[in-house]
Design a protein around this ligand. Sequence first.
Ligand SMILES: [Zn+2]
Length: 92
Amino acid sequence: MISSTEIILFLIKLFRKKFMAKQAGAKKIEKGKVTQKAKKAGKKLGALYELAGESFKRKNRFCPKCGPGMYLGKHKDRDVCGKCGYVEMNRK
Ligand SMILES: [Zn+2]
């Protein structure tokens, strides 16, 4: 079970991350260097979470080294932790 406090803390973290990503994107545009990363910053939440009634399910997995809270970024052939650099290859 996920408590409501946990959800609130999680959402705060999420919005802060989004806000920072926007800021980073704005800075890049100011310098006149619009990179592909800046364009990718606005990722849809639906791509990361599945809502089921009152609870939600995370699609991305947590980093085994950093523990819950740090997600593994999804790439074409691997999952990567942005904090510690943990990489998990998933070739088929
Ligand atoms: Zn990690």
